[in-house]
Design a binder for this molecule. Structure first.
Ligand SMILES: [Zn+2]
Length: 465
């Protein structure tokens, strides 16, 4: 009988991995990295309970590291099949996976130099070469059309409106002449986003997996522009720097888009913007190539230069460690965007070490900050942040701009669920911390009266009729 095993994002927001088995074949939906507490991150190093050699295919909902960042590791451990994703997801992974490997190699080198490590000698979880090996296994699937994986599995992706290329998946499992429809929400985006399309709604499923990141709350209603302009003007006036933990793709484009708008409307001063990433590039061309995913209007491709809606007037992309260090010497007001988005590692740590003790500066939190991350500690008002064993005082202002979130808030999740014309036989709530999971369970039970399960890590269920 077909079954599903929750190998990640069960009771937590990271490590998305769902193993579906039917007819003796194994399909893994998403292959994410665990991020957050030491205990969670330790799971990335454990020997998998399911031997990667025995997995036939991997299917991705979108490019975020908590859905793809384990791919280089699983390939290293023996996975030999194809990795199915759409073209935009593949192109973003071509940036994100080597970037993730770079960050881990840089961190391992830095830790080796400082002699502070949980592993002796400190090792990266995977290398850039291993990330390239994983990228070599990618195969494009249609953006929104039926794709037959095998006689057991066929998938139809739909727009999830979360990041470029993001999808939710309708997976049809055929076994012994019987069909079962399983919907994987992936991560769901916002309605009325400035760049991305609205999420499409599903109408039916036998079994549903729904993300619950913000299952207990909505995002603030105010405009992004007002919130950003307020903090930028305030910090610029007092001569500080604005540090934004975010990947060099995705949230960064949305931030650059709003900065460009605010500059054009002369609502903020022109500040230098540093996008500090080993893989820093302009991803505009990816947006141009994948117009079906977004609403941005590029005037004419050959004239992109000054008309690029993602280009602020003074943006610096830094690749080398030397260029990155030079940002420390910038004493005038500036904006620094660097990974990782939850300050779990990467170059953002150096910028935080430099700017947190300065009361003129500010840290902007623009994405979800998972339990156990430094980003969450800042959000909860930590007075000190632990960086490489040192306690760094937090004197800078910490501001959350929830309007910039890539995730549907509670009422947006319920709006997406309201498209169903009949109750799924079982709804599994995943990709949430306990508050989000319980909040969404209570709301779904009250509003739709559907049976709801919150699966535990490694728990398995049969898709019985
Ligand atoms: Zn995501």
């Amino acid at each position: 009988m077909a079954k599903i095993t929750f190998l990640g994002a069960a009771g937590t927001v990271t490590g998305s991995k769902y193993l579906v088995e039917a007819g003796g074949k194994r399909l893994l939906v998403d292959c994410g990295l665990f991020e957050g507490s030491n205990e969670l991150e330790q799971r990335n190093w454990e020997t998998p309970t399911v031997d990667p050699v025995t997995i036939d295919w991997i299917l991705l909902t979108h490019a975020h590291i908590d859905h793809t960042g384990y791919l280089p590791r699983i390939v290293r451990l023996g996975f030999q099949g194809p990795i199915y994703a759409n073209g935009a997801t593949r192109e973003l992974c071509q940036l994100l996976l080597p970037d993730s490997a770079h960050l881990q190699e840089e961190d391992a080198q830095y830790i080796a130099k400082k002699g502070y490590s949980r592993h002796k000698p400190p090792m990266p979880l995977y290398t850039v070469a291993e990330s390239q090996a994983a990228l070599g296994r990618f195969r494009d699937i249609p953006r929104a059309d039926n794709f037959q994986i095998s006689s057991q599995f066929s998938v139809r992706p739909h727009d999830a409106g979360h990041i470029l290329g993001s999808t939710w998946l309708e997976l049809t499992i055929t076994e012994n002449g019987k069909q079962t429809l399983v919907v994987f929400s992936g991560d769901l985006g916002r309605y009325n986003n400035a760049i991305l399309n609205d999420p499409e709604s599903p109408t039916r499923a036998d079994f549903l997996l729904c993300e619950s990141t913000y299952g207990d709350r909505d995002h603030p209603a105010g405009s992004v522009e007002d919130a950003l302009a307020d903090v930028i003007n305030r910090v610029a006036k007092r001569g500080g720097a604005i540090v934004i933990p975010a990947f060099a793709v995705d949230r960064t484009q949305l931030i650059l888009y709003y900065l460009t708008e605010l500059e054009n409307q002369q609502r903020i001063p022109r500040l230098p913007v540093y996008v500090d990433s080993p893989m820093a590039i302009s991803v505009t061309d990816i947006y141009v190539r994948h117009r079906e995913d977004h609403r941005l209007q590029f005037q004419r491709e050959e004239e992109l230069g000054n008309r690029d809606p993602l280009n602020v007037r003074e943006v610096h992309m830094t690749r080398s460690v030397e260029e990155s260090k030079a940002i420390n010497d910038v004493v005038s007001p500036c904006i620094i965007i660097s990974a990782s988005g939850m300050a779990t590692g990467g170059r953002i740590l150096h910028h935080l070490a430099q700017r947190l003790p300065d009361s003129r500066s500010a840290v902007l939190l623009v994405g979800y900050q998972a339990e156990g991350t430094r980003g969450r500690a800042l959000l909860e008002g930590a007075k000190y942040l632990k960086l490489w064993g040192q306690m760094v005082p937090v004197k800078a202002e910490v501001v959350e701009i929830g309007q910039l979130s890539a995730h549907a808030g509670k009422s947006e999740l319920l709006r997406w669920l309201s498209g169903f014309t009949a109750a799924p036989r079982q709804t599994f709530l995943v990709h949430g911390e306990p508050a989000g999971l319980n909040g969404l369970r209570d709301a779904v039970t009250a509003q739709f009266h559907w049976p709801v399960t919150i699966p535990a890590y490694h728990q398995a269920f049969e898709f019985n009729s």
